[in-house]
Design a protein. Structure first.
Length: 234
């Protein structure tokens, strides 16, 4: 579950798919009390993302790179029902600290130290550096469909995205015995275009976005693209 809101003060959060009707109704009521607006699509004006539990989704990563606070649904309730917190919002024009309302990792993190580390609250706090995380990097995506899911995340963090136009391919074999005889696929055309424009300034990677899991998590495989670029130049 995830959601987002906006207010005339510029505060916001995003609504999630799968939210129960009763919970959705309550969220709208709390948002109205806080002079906030719940939105169904991501916008640059969003300041808070509401998630029942933390999952590595497109919206969560957008929130990370744009410095948007990620909170659970208890945050809205507290803001709307606690007079002292509400007064702080109205008088000082700020929202209360959100660290105590950070959503717990979903069940896939159980028993996995790496995922537990990646989902630690400290790593998800807004920082200016997140806007330049991918500066100096270019990413070649294997289809326009993948671009729809990753472009906003990469560009939001200062990176560059290129993707093929035309026939969709999902895999490029840039190694092995047949590598040099590999035809110029749409992915290679994207590499040619992107790396020709930025070859001297960016490190390039090929990205393969696997089919989304049932939870909608992003599963990404990244390979170095420079060897492919060198073959194309021959």
């Amino acid at each position: 579950m995830s959601s987002a809101c906006q207010t005339r003060r510029g505060h916001g959060a995003i609504r999630t798919r799968g939210m129960r009707a009763s919970a959705k109704k309550q969220l709208y009521e709390y948002a109205a009390q806080l002079d906030m607006r719940v939105v169904s699509q991501w916008t640059d004006e969003c300041t808070h993302l509401i998630m029942k539990d933390l999952t590595m989704t497109q919206r969560a990563l957008l929130a990370l790179v744009h410095g948007v606070h990620i909170v659970n649904d208890r945050w809205c309730e507290r803001m709307a029902t606690d007079p002292s917190v509400r007064n702080r919002l109205e008088v000082q024009g700020e929202l209360a600290a959100v660290r105590d309302y950070f959503p717990q990792p979903n069940t896939m993190a159980a028993g996995n130290p790496l995922i537990q580390y990646l989902f630690h609250v400290d790593l998800w706090q807004p920082r200016t550096a997140q806007r330049t995380l991918f500066s100096g990097y270019g990413f070649i995506l294997s289809s326009p469909a993948q671009c729809q899911r990753l472009q906003a995340i990469v560009e939001g963090a200062g990176g560059v995205v290129c993707y093929p136009v035309g026939e969709t391919v999902t895999q490029v074999d840039s190694h092995g015995e047949d590598a040099e005889d590999c035809p110029l696929t749409p992915v290679m055309e994207a590499v040619t275009h992107g790396m020709a424009n930025h070859a001297d300034s960016l490190q390039w990677y090929l990205v393969n976005l696997d089919s989304p899991t049932e939870t909608g998590s992003l599963v990404v495989t990244i390979d170095k693209a420079n060897d492919l670029w060198e073959r194309i130049q021959r």
